[in-house]
Design a protein around this ligand. Structure first.
Ligand code: GLN
Length: 484
């Protein structure tokens, strides 16, 4: 296999034996980008020159005996994560020319670990969407079928990983934006516990839900990347002052006696029968590995999507108030200050972003605040309590990640409500603040990937990774590659 097709661990092994240089790895990844990017369109910005410099630096450090864990490993970053001196657009016209003067904490940690930045990946504008079709620039295509969407909003990152246009990537997940596209692209994606990873330098969408996480070709790589990016950060007051375990430590341990909760509310009408079949088969597989399935109930699941869209839009309307044509990015000509503000926002934001700003402004307005925002916060607590109760009887919860495999481009773009349902299985996890991971668990007859989601207790990513690894190693799904 070409180097670009390998995972982080395979490359680290070869690198540490001196079999491959950072320059060679980067050549292979960029060779792959040159061949397939015109079909996939995963990236907003390719940073080839920067990458060459970073790879050369990695090779110098390795030669001097100062190599680090990610020295020479090419990683793609979702374009809502700030990279100093490199455009960070959120796939929005309003930030098309924004070049951050500072580095996000996650990318600072990757730099310290020696990584090589391949480029910034496409997303739904400001991470609002489930298909990457809301990007203000272009739509990314699913490497398994380029007539279909890759999922979203981190569709650029998951498509880049699936197409071997990078070795791994970072995404962000507010209601499913790492896990849902990971599932639709056949890769591994994790949303860590809220507070596990610093949000400093992540452009805010809905601050109480947003979390950055790894997107990788296998579970071990996910654990390794999580090790690098996790931990308390004085620059983000919501990052938790909690010790970070070595997430690799439990990988490879057996899962005998692990209680896996299967919530009855997650096998709903309208779910694709092939998805249901694959996920049920995965439960049986886990059982054959010694896990114990238990039926559980998350009774407030029905309210999750509505609750999320009140809270996420409320927070978004407040967070996006800062884009006024003065402080960042795009500015329209105007007669006076007010006219300039209004035209900049009218021309700079796309339709979905405007829809959410309007919804959120409404739900926060005096007179409606109690009926919508406050009520949604109360339901959020009920949803969180559901999980806490379930975790008395189960160590993990297992669900499908997405009710359907990748849909066709355009299929849901003029029906926002249909699009909102794409995250029906992932949204509760953000509302509750618990960690979730999506891993490949099968393919449809049309050769489209299917993913399963494992959900864990707050700050118990280690158990998620242990179970995900045990399942992954007993199956072959993660080894398949799309024919591009
Ligand atoms: N699809 C959901 C939304 O549109 C979630 C997006 C996300 O996680 N960033 O808001």
């Amino acid at each position: 296999m070409e180097l670009s097709g390998l995972g982080i661990h395979d490359l680290i092994k070869m690198r540490d034996k001196g079999e491959v240089s950072s320059g060679e790895i980067l050549d292979s990844v960029y060779g792959r980008i040159d061949r397939v990017e015109s079909k996939v369109a995963a990236y907003v910005t390719l940073t080839r020159d920067e990458a060459l410099k970073m790879a050369a630096k990695a090779d110098r450090e390795i030669a001097a005996g100062r190599g680090k864990i990610l020295s020479g490993i090419p990683i793609a970053i979702k374009d809502n994560i700030c990279t100093k001196g490199i455009p960070t657009t959120c796939a929005s016209k309003i930030l098309h020319n924004f070049v951050p003067p500072y580095e996000s904490t996650v990318t600072s940690r990757l730099i310290e670990a020696g990584y090589v930045l391949t480029g910034k990946t496409n997303l739904d504008e400001f991470a609002m969407g489930s298909s990457t079709e809301n990007s203000g620039f272009h739509t990314t295509r699913n490497p398994w079928d380029t007539e279909r969407i890759p999922g979203g909003s981190s569709g650029g990152s998951t498509a880049a990983v699936a197409a071997d246009e990078c070795i791994a990537a970072l995404g962000s997940d507010t209601g499913g934006s790492i896990r849902q596209p990971a599932s639709l692209c056949g890769v591994v994606g994790m949303k860590p516990t809220y507070g596990r990873v610093s949000r400093y330098g992540l452009v805010a969408f809905a601050s109480s839900l947003d979390q950055i996480g790894p997107i990788t070709k296998n579970v071990t790589d996910c654990a390794l990347l999580l090790n690098v990016i996790s931990g308390r950060d004085p620059l983000d007051s919501t990052s938790a002052p909690i010790d970070v375990p070595d997430f690799m430590a439990d990988i490879g341990k057996d899962i005998k006696g692990l209680r896996i909760g299967v919530p009855r509310e997650y096998f709903i009408e309208g779910m694709d029968p092939e998805v249901e079949e694959a996920v049920r088969a995965a439960v049986r597989k886990m059982e054959s590995l010694g896990a114990v399935p238990v039926e559980v109930s998350l009774p407030h699941t029905d309210y999750a999507v509505a609750t999320y869209y009140v809270l996420a839009t409320s927070e978004a309307s407040s967070n996006l108030a800062r884009y006024d044509g003065v402080k960042y990015g795009f500015r329209a000509e105007g007669r006076d200050l007010m006219d300039m503000y209004m035209k900049s926002r009218a021309e700079g934001f796309g339709a979905e972003v405007k829809r959410r700003i309007m919804l959120g402004t409404y739900t926060l307005s005096s007179g409606y605040y109690d009926a919508y925002y406050k009520k949604a916060q109360q339901v959020r607590t009920l949803i969180k309590d559901d999980f806490e109760k379930v975790f008395r009887d189960a160590d993990l919860v297992l669900t499908p990640t997405s009710p359907t495999p990748a849909f066709r481009m355009g299929e849901k773009s003029d029906d926002p409500l249909k699009m909102y349902l794409a995250d029906i299985f992932t949204i509760s996890v953000n509302l509750a603040g618990v960690p979730g991971i999506s891993i490949p668990c099968g393919f449809t007859r049309d050769n489209l990937p299917i993913g399963l989601q494992l959900i864990g207790r707050h700050f118990d990513e280690a158990t998620l990774l242990k179970a995900a690894y045990a399942y992954e190693q007993s199956t072959e799904w993660h080894k398949r590659k799309p024919a591009l």
